[in-house]
Design a protein around this ligand. Structure first.
Ligand code: KIV
Length: 272
């Protein structure tokens, strides 16, 4: 049976909830530009995340912290231009949502207005609940992000699995319930034990989208460059590669170099 969808209706946050209710897994992949977003959308992806992982895979930074609101808007607008069906979610970058609800709302409104995205993703729980509430109350759909939160990497000092001890697991569960209560339409859980993620997914009515959180959740998200094998040096346990574009691109580029050097390209048919 093909699992590719023929349903061309625009994916909405409401449809996210319906998918969880009928047990249909939700698919999400990152994109940062028009061309890739349009391929991913036409392939049938349910949601496209304009992640601040753009900092790593597009800009070459070590962390996601340097991303600015202007840069997220640039990538967000580019993706929205290429998408007809998928729900487009844009990350609020580091520092744009951190304890000043009015400033956070201002940043959120700017991102929504200038990108045309459908929703925002925000890292954090209890500590930023007033900010998230203010944004949701203004009519902006928010998906939370808990577990490993890359914007807090300097606090953790490591990208290891989170919530392995009871105290952190308990806080995580509490934060998930809190985000649901204040109106988030879903939560991304990154790099936490599969059993814990499954328990949370069963307790909550909103969809849980996992990355490194096992198969017992309501959907999966991956970074496009990782799953397409563009980043050949990044191989965490949770990653499945669906292509080896690093090799494919290298071979294509070498072929072009060879053809130009040997004067095989352009030939007569390729000239005016
Ligand atoms: O920025 C991003 O790509 C993300 C995913 C890893 C979920 O937040």
């Amino acid at each position: 049976m093909s699992t590719y969808t023929e349903d061309n209706r625009k994916v909405t946050t409401h449809r996210f909830l319906e998918m969880k209710q009928r047990g249909e897994k939700i698919t999400m992949l990152t994109a940062y530009d028009y061309s890739m977003a349009s391929i991913i959308d036409q392939a049938g992806m349910d949601a496209i995340l304009v992640g601040d992982s753009a900092s790593n895979v597009m800009v070459g930074n070590i962390t996601t912290l340097p991303m600015t609101i202007d840069q997220m808007i640039y990538h967000g607008r580019s993706v929205v231009n290429g998408v007809k069906r998928a729900l487009v979610v844009v990350d609020m970058p580091f520092g744009s949502c951190s304890g000043d609800p009015l400033k956070s709302l201002e940043a959120a409104i700017r991102i929504m207005k200038e990108t045309g995205a459908d929703a925002l993703k925000i890292e954090g729980g209890e500590e930023i609940k007033e900010d998230v509430k203010k944004i949701i109350d203004a009519g902006i759909p928010v998906i939370g992000h808990l577990g490993l939160m890359p914007q807090s990497i300097n606090k953790y000092g490591t990208y290891n699995v989170r919530a392995k001890d009871e105290k952190e697991a308990e806080k995580l569960i509490k934060d998930c319930h809190l985000l649901q209560e204040i109106g988030c339409f879903g939560i991304v859980l990154e790099k936490i034990p599969a059993k814990l993620a499954e328990k949370i997914s069963k307790e909550l009515t909103i969809p849980i989208i996992g990355i490194g959180a096992g198969g017992g959740v309501d959907g999966q998200v991956l970074v496009m460059h990782d799953m397409l094998g563009i980043n050949k040096d990044f191989s965490p346990k949770f990653l499945r590669r669906y292509a080896d574009l690093h090799t494919a691109i290298t071979n294509a580029v070498r072929g072009y170099i060879e053809d130009v050097k040997s004067q095989d390209f352009p030939n007569q048919n390729e000239s005016y």
